[in-house]
Design a binder for this molecule. Structure first.
Ligand code: GLU
Ligand code: ZN
Length: 474
């Protein structure tokens, strides 16, 4: 199967059901499939699996496309841009599925099942109490034509079942998990078309991959058990079987699958909080895939370094601290103008016109998120709230220190180096004893960006007011 990631004709896809905002588990699935395609110079498709109508409102489709674009994932074929294998929304492909049901029925590989939900539930209950795994017992497998006509006349809408061969072993090789074997007798004939006429997920999914020329399927581990049935369908139809690779689950810090958690972290949520797409890319690309390069990579380097053999079999845990590490790297990699574009919408006009680039340059190394920048904008241009540690540093300095600090600042005309030098001489304080009280009085905190860069933003007037306030406290 190794040929799948070295061939130039690699075609992979992301096939989400637009039933909510894209959570990080699915975003990682999309990313891996995209990296595989881009790294091999192949093709990437976006297909919307929207047959679960009530749960696929249009707003989620729109949001999905937006979120993927923001993330930096592009597609060569998809619902918004068409392609040679469309349509790319499954609800627009129902007539295509009909042709394939008809083929299977004509060859006897599928048959209508008239069993009611109650009949089936009763059958399963009996099997369970006998300690057997529940599966369809084959009641409608060999119904006479007259019986079928009778059921139809009675208005019963059947499901369509795939006829699984009675015996044999199906080998299924997975690009991540290796080869497994399934005894066909254990599978039971499964439904490929529901009684309301809609396709079963794995039927439409398998047929579409084949018709769209997809030869690499990367998807969540939760689909592992669908694979044997999908291979049987494709083989029965004489359609090509793609290479399947199932990605280990993405778990939250609490060990629960991210997708199942209430309020699962979504790509949109991270974006709204101000996380940068390249940070999320670097983080997710490494969640369950090993890169030998440990530094910050752009998306083409991530694609070049991607290999199916580097996908781990162990579940991955989403770790906010790791994401923050990559966010730090991403923030540092922006130029000042790009950093300003990122921050501006969050800063609520708190930074005076003309000061933007100075502000960005001053705070850049000390912020991870726009909320941090907003805090620094307030500390520079409005009035800082003084935390307990800073209050201690302020009261720790003498009243004389504060009056000398004000006088020397006035005398040095706001020049930071001149000011601190003259203040050092006049007060006899140096090092921490000099700078910590100043930082505390000017910013309200005992840590943060270089004071030399902050003082011009705070300005002489506000600085004097703050030094005066410090004098009152001490
Ligand atoms: N629509 C399926 C899902 O969202 C796609 C599974 C697959 O990629 O094959 O899980
Ligand atoms: Zn039946």
């Amino acid at each position: 199967m190794a040929q799948y990631y070295t061939t130039m004709n690699l075609k992979s896809r992301f096939a989400p059901s637009p039933t909510g905002y894209l959570h990080l588990g699915n975003a990682r699935t999309a990313l891996f499939a995209w990296l595989a395609a881009r790294g091999a110079g192949g093709t990437f498709i976006l297909r919307l699996e929207d047959t679960d109508q009530q749960r696929s409102p249009e707003i989620y489709e729109k949001a999905l496309l937006e979120d993927l674009r923001w993330f930096g994932i592009d597609w060569d074929e998809g619902p918004d841009r068409g392609g040679d294998h469309g349509p790319y929304r499954q609800m627009e492909r129902l007539a295509i599925y009909d042709q394939y049901y008809a083929r299977l029925q004509a060859s006897g590989q599928a048959y209508p099942c008239y069993c009611s939900a109650d009949d089936l539930a009763a059958e399963r209950a009996v099997q369970r109490s006998a300690g057997k795994a529940p599966r369809y017992g084959g009641h409608c497998r060999h119904l006479h034509a007259e019986v079928r006509t009778e059921r139809e006349a009675a208005g019963i809408r059947p499901t369509l079942r795939f006829r699984v061969p009675d015996q044999g072993i199906l080998p299924v090789s997975d690009l991540v998990w290796g080869e497994r074997h399934y005894a066909l007798a254990d599978l039971g004939d499964f439904v490929i078309r529901r009684s309301d006429g809609s396709p079963a997920f794995f039927f439409a999914n398998a047929v579409d991959d084949a018709l769209m020329g997809v030869n690499l399927v990367l998807r969540g581990e939760d689909h592992l058990t669908n694979t044997p049935r999908q291979i049987l369908i494709l083989q029965a139809l004489g359609l090509p079987v793609p290479g399947y690779g199932h990605l280990p689950l993405l778990l939250g810090a609490d060990g629960q699958p991210l997708s199942k958690r209430y309020g699962a972290v979504s790509l949109r949520g991270l974006r709204e909080a101000g996380y940068l797409a390249p940070a999320v890319l670097n983080y997710l690309a490494r969640l369950g895939h090993h890169y030998s390069a440990t530094g910050f990579l752009d998306s083409s380097a991530l694609a070049q370094g991607f290999a199916l053999t580097q996908i781990s079999r162990a579940p991955s845990h989403f770790d906010m601290v790791q994401l923050q590490h990559w966010q730090h790297e991403a923030v540092q990699s922006l130029d000042d103008a790009a950093a300003w574009n990122w921050l501006a919408p969050h800063l609520q006009d708190k930074v005076p016109t003309g000061q933007e680039m100075h502000f960005v340059a001053a705070v850049r190394a000390n912020i991870l998120l726009p909320a941090d920048a907003l805090d620094w904008a307030e500390r520079c241009f409005a009035s800082p709230t003084v935390d307990a540690e800073a209050a201690g540093a302020i009261t720790g300095a003498s009243p004389e220190f504060w009056s000398v600090a004000q006088a020397t600042l006035r005398a040095s005309g706001g020049d930071y180096r001149l000011w601190t030098k003259t203040l050092q001489q006049a007060s006899g304080q140096r090092g921490k004893a000099l700078f910590m009280p100043l930082r505390a009085a000017l910013t309200g905190l005992t840590h943060g960006p270089e004071l030399a860069a902050l003082l011009p933003l705070i300005g002489e007037e506000r600085a004097l007011t703050r030094l005066h306030a410090a004098a009152q406290r001490s």
